[in-house]
Design a protein. Structure first.
Length: 438
């Protein structure tokens, strides 16, 4: 991609109806983008089917959900779950009797990790085991799913898998320094990714975040062929992140959170969609805005680009409803603090020379810097202190609005998608929200 490809207008088409099937390819955990899409599928009367990543037993062996766990997961989803473990990644896989990649990381310490080396031929064997395990499980899932989707119906496959950080203690300490550290506690994300530990993490990101999309598309080929032969249509979506256009100096400009260590995997996800599109398969990656979720809260400062959405709501003619959102945000600030003052801090932050250097689309994803950490983390902490409680933040309100807006945008655009990779920026999200609440 040489420039973002934005969705500018609110889509109005909808091919999905009662009797069609929505498949969530990834387990539903807490708050996140998938909830918005599921809500739209439910409104359309679609049958909702999900999968599970499974669980690990006391020996780290992968297992299916128990009856109790399955019932809880199905209640959360509001549909049936195919109980075949679809845990992606290879950090806990290995040929029989040999150590897993996670085992190899166990002896790394904060003093040694940058010099510690990994046995790459062994890592590749572990990767092959993990990939084959996942593909075999996809085949089992598709075998069950085939009998659950009627001839002639439409199917919507929503890929939501992401992540891939091995669960080792040393990484928690490293992550705190990369994503939260300033001054003496700052650690360059470039140093992490140049290390063997970082290279392993990038490989696992590829397998979890991107390659699972390929396995989904390939694994569902027989279902796709059957449905298309009998008059149905099949669509695939995935959640990307590649920066977002927000209002800076009263015009929509691309910016990004730095350092986004999954960036390479997200671009690989885009490439998979482009390749599928060339084969006549309607697969679309939607690059969505920064929000606060259970998984993003480690990235201090990722929430800062949310605040200009308030200005976008007004710019896109939100009227009284937009004003009500401003009032809701004012209500969570301390007495004596103003929303206007908060937004002025954001304006100064975005106008700074430091942040302007990172608005380089061609260079994405860039490593962080000590200077960036000072500005970004410092601004984040300043704004958090303006609130009455850390448990009720303006960004909670704005994150919920983004989720509400992206759900219908993705659902309807997927009926007749404009291309394999699209950006959902603050302008179209504001337009969608204003239309919903007109």
């Amino acid at each position: 991609m040489i420039a973002p490809i934005p969705l500018r207008d609110v889509p109005q088409t909808n091919i999905f109806r009662t009797g069609d099937v929505f498949v969530l390819f990834g387990e539903l955990f807490g708050r996140g983008y998938a909830n918005g899409l599921i809500n739209e599928a439910r409104k359309a009367g679609m049958t909702i089917i999900g999968v599970t990543v499974g669980r690990r037993d006391e020996n780290n062996a992968l297992r299916a959900l128990t009856e109790e766990e399955l019932a809880t997961a199905e209640a959360s989803l509001g549909g049936r779950i195919i109980n075949v473990p679809l845990m992606a990644g290879f950090d806990l896989d290995a040929p029989a009797g040999e150590p897993t990649p996670t085992d190899l990381l166990a002896d790394m310490t904060l003093k040694s990790w940058q010099q510690d080396k990994l046995d790459w031929p062994h890592i590749e064997r572990c990767r092959a085991v993990g990939v084959q395990r996942f593909k075999d499980s996809v085949a089992k899932v598709m075998g069950q799913l085939d009998g659950m989707i009627p001839d002639g119906s439409n199917a919507f496959f929503a890929h939501t898998m992401a992540g891939g950080i091995p669960k080792v203690k040393v990484f928690l300490a490293i992550a705190n320094r990369v994503y939260k550290g300033r001054g003496e506690r700052f650690l360059s994300s470039g140093a992490l990714l140049d290390s063997d530990l970082g290279k392993l993490i990038l490989m696992n990101f590829d397998e979890v975040t991107a390659n699972t999309f390929q396995h989904l598309i390939e694994g569902s080929a027989a279902i796709r062929a059957r449905l298309e032969k009998t008059g149905g249509q099949v669509r695939y979506t995935a959640y990307g992140y590649h920066g977002t256009e927000i209002l800076i100096d009263d015009r929509y400009q691309w910016q990004t959170y730095t350092s986004y260590t999954q960036g390479q995997a997200k671009m690989r996800l885009e490439h998979i969609a482009v390749a599928a599109w060339k084969q006549g398969i309607k697969a679309t990656v939607y690059n969505c805005p920064e929000i606060r979720t259970n998984s993003s809260d480690i990235f201090v400062g990722v929430e800062l680009s949310l605040f200009p959405l308030l200005n976008a709501l007004k710019k896109e003619h939100g009227g009284a409803w937009a004003e009500a959102q401003w009032q809701a945000c004012r209500a969570v600030l301390q007495e004596g603090q103003t929303l206007e003052g908060l937004l002025q801090k954001i304006d100064r932050y975005n106008a700074s020379d430091v942040m302007e250097k990172f608005r380089d689309f061609a260079a994405w994803p860039m490593p962080n810097s000590a200077e960036l950490a000072d500005v970004m983390i410092g601004t984040s902490e300043e704004i958090t202190k303006m609130h009455t409680s850390r448990d009720a933040l303006v960004t909670d309100i704005l994150s919920a609005l983004v989720l509400e807006g992206t759900g219908p945008l993705m659902f309807r655009e997927t009926s007749n998608p404009a291309g394999p990779v699209l950006w959902l920026n603050h302008d179209v999200i504001a337009k969608q929200l204003n239309q919903l609440h007109r």
